[in-house]
Unconditional design. Structure first.
Lengths: 222, 454
């Protein structure tokens, strides 16, 4: 269960105070596939960074399984990111000099899995997202965009997270591959009972999710 | 794969760049080692020269050098003052004189030669020179040929005549008591041979009959053509009672030499020239001391350069990988883990650079030390040459010092475990500087960096 209450984030900029998010209230049930849509600058990415404990809100609360992550210490937020959150980025953001397998193993290492078990689990995850054994040993630059995003999904799933936060997961992919990635995320949310929150501007994709929130000027539009 | 192996792997992520950084680092580390070796070798030589310098102080009348110059001999009062100076344990007093053919029945064993003839050109007769530069060759030819003199050294210690600082080598007979007033003498090997004199035979000097007590040899032709007599005998017979032309004073310990020199300078004032062996040794190692300082400056410069190279390289790498660091933090990597990975990367570069640099240092330290020492010694060798050619008994004492100077170029460079340990320590310091500052940058990178679009 993800519950966001009165979430506000404001920055000090040279031109004065900028409110990126204002009194945002969202509630997503476990296993739900939700999407956030909005124009550029509407606060989508800011909301995502708050939910992923990459940044702290100015006020309000974010409760994940009854724990307010905005009140956690920096080190506990790191643990939260490692174990409770899976990120999928538009740019894939795989570590360039590590192979696909090593990228997934890295997330398992941060999740605290014993080193002897990591490889088996990583191989299993990569197989689930359709990466062949040959592709597993390749570095990201030698994989296609779709393959990289699948590795990225495998990495996000590594530590059985409560929530997967996806920032424009299909933004860099052609429509066919994008649809395939979307279907993969959709089936995962069903199979693993994982909450997925995807930021997108693709109305087709948003339309297929369980719930859609629209952000406008930092506020949830009804 | 853990943080350490990831760091090692990252160190060679860009082989060209890592190669360039490693090469620059290796050169600076190589320079650190070779300069440390040069410094320690030169310092060892300086210590060796200083420790063997001895504690003697030579006091000669101001303006007198051998048989050249002007000035007055030291008086008995001045000698007493020297003897009473604190820390001076013993003194050897010497009075030099020359015997002309009218003073002795001995035939000098030295021929004047063109050098001696030129020295004697002013004493020949009363005829004035037609030029201010001395007599012309025609004028010299018209004068009666100058005759060489026989040198007499009156000394309280005949061993002081030895040119190598050791005991005087007596080839036959026995030495004389320098403190007696007897008419006894030691004859140089060449003079004895020229006059067919052996131990027990007599000769006349100053109108008195002297007995040959012994024959000595020094290996120096000038010395071996002279006579050694007791000091008081020469003083009395030459009409210079109590006077001496040089005193060698021995100080109780090396640490008191400077104090004794200062004390003597204040009591004797400008009447005497005072030179200590320690001072001469100090002067002769001055050039080595400048090499030592230069080497130290190079060590510091190279260490700073090495630290800056690795520091800038790591800052550049961290800045370049901001987003990657953000990703690692976003997926749960702690600050410690990211730092450990970058420290491992910096250490890998430093270790590889050090291995190449230290090998380079071992190879070049020998030639570099030699070239530093020889180039610095070339400039000072000409002044040593002048000191060696200055003749006369006044130069006897200096003979020993000049050998010190000629040995200065023989600095042996050797890499001691201590020098090697210092080099490794400096390298470690470079690695710490190279890792610590980038770590600070890493800690400040926010995980939200991952969402930054480029």
């Amino acid at each position: 269960m993800l519950e966001v209450k009165n979430l506000t984030k404001s920055f000090e900029s040279p031109s004065g105070k900028v409110t990126a998010l204002e009194n945002v209230n969202i509630s997503i049930k476990t296993g739900e596939f939700a999407s956030i849509i909005g124009k550029s600058g509407s606060g989508k990415s800011t909301l995502l960074s708050m939910l992923g404990a990459l940044d702290t809100p100015t006020s309000g609360s974010i409760k994940v399984d009854e724990v307010d992550i905005s009140k956690l210490s920096a080190s506990k937020q790191t643990v939260y990111r490692a174990k409770k959150i899976g990120f999928v980025f538009q740019q894939y953001n795989l570590i360039p000099n590590l192979s696909a397998l090593e990228n997934v193993m890295l997330a398992l290492e941060f999740g605290g899995m014993a080193s002897g078990k990591r490889k088996k689990r990583a191989v299993q995850l990569l197989e689930e997202v359709g990466i062949t054994p040959d592709e597993m040993l390749r570095r990201p630059t030698r994989l296609s965009g779709g393959q990289q995003q699948r590795v990225s999904i495998a990495r996000a799933l590594a530590n059985h997270p409560s929530i997967i936060l996806a920032d424009e997961p299909t933004g860099n992919l052609d429509s066919k591959t994008g649809k395939m990635i979307f279907d993969m995320l959709h089936s995962l949310s069903r199979k693993e009972n994982t909450t997925i929150l995807a930021v997108t501007h693709d109305m087709d994709i948003a339309g297929k999710t369980d719930r859609t929130f629209t952000l406008k000027d930092g506020k949830i539009a009804v | 794969m853990n943080v350490v192996t990831r760091g090692i792997k990252n160190a060679f992520r860009s082989p060209m760049r890592s190669g360039a950084i490693i090469l620059m680092l290796a050169i600076s580390i190589g320079l650190i080692l070779s300069m440390l070796v040069a410094r320690s070798s030169v310092n060892a030589k300086i210590d060796q020269v200083k420790s063997t310098a001895g504690t003697n102080i030579t006091i000669s009348p101001a303006g007198v050098f051998g048989f050249a110059g002007g000035g007055n001999n030291l008086t008995s009062t001045q000698v007493d003052q020297i003897v009473k100076t604190s820390h001076i344990t013993s003194t050897t007093a010497t009075l030099n004189d020359q015997l002309a053919s009218t003073d002795t029945n001995l035939t000098p064993s030295l021929t004047l030669g063109n050098f001696g003839a030129r020295q004697a050109r002013f004493e020949s007769n009363n005829s004035s020179s037609s030029t201010s530069n001395g007599p012309t060759s025609a004028e010299l030819a018209s004068r009666p040929a100058p005759t060489p003199h026989t040198t007499v050294t009156g000394t309280t210690n005949p061993n002081s005549i030895s040119t190598n600082g050791a005991k005087l080598s007596i080839t036959s007979g026995a030495t004389i008591d320098g403190n007696s007033t007897a008419y006894v003498a030691l004859l140089g090997k060449d003079l004895a041979s020229k006059n067919n004199l052996i131990v027990g035979k007599t000769f006349t000097a100053y109108g008195k009959t002297f007995t040959v007590n012994g024959i000595y040899t020094t290996g120096n032709t000038f010395q071996d053509s002279g006579i050694i007599m007791p000091l008081a005998t020469v003083q009395n017979l030459s009409g210079q009672p109590g006077q001496v032309s040089s005193v060698i004073a021995k100080v109780d310990s090396g640490s008191n030499v400077n104090a004794s020199v200062n004390s003597l300078k204040s009591t004797l004032g400008n009447k005497a020239d005072i030179v200590s062996q320690a001072q001469q040794a100090e002067d002769s190692v001055a050039s080595l001391q400048s090499i030592s300082s230069l080497a130290l400056a190079s060590v510091i410069g190279s260490a700073i350069a090495g630290a800056i190279i690795i520091l800038l390289a790591m800052i550049m790498i961290v800045r370049e990988r901001r987003k990657e660091i953000g990703v690692i933090k976003a997926i749960g990597g702690t600050n410690k883990k990211v730092m450990a990975q970058f420290i491992s990367e910096a250490l890998t570069i430093t270790v590889v650079g050090s291995i190449i640099g230290l090998t380079l240092g071992v190879l070049v330290s020998g030639p570099m030390t030699s070239s530093l020492v020889s180039s610095s010694q070339n400039s000072s060798s000409s002044s040593q040459l002048i000191a060696r050619t200055s003749g006369g008994p006044g130069g006897f004492i200096r003979g020993g010092f000049n050998r010190v100077g000629s040995n200065l170029t023989q600095v042996t460079s050797s890499i001691t475990p201590q020098v090697f340990a210092i080099s490794v320590g400096i390298t470690l310091l470079i690695a710490i500087v190279g890792s610590a500052v980038p770590s600070w940058f890493i800690a400040r990178i926010s995980p939200a960096e991952v969402l930054r679009t480029e």
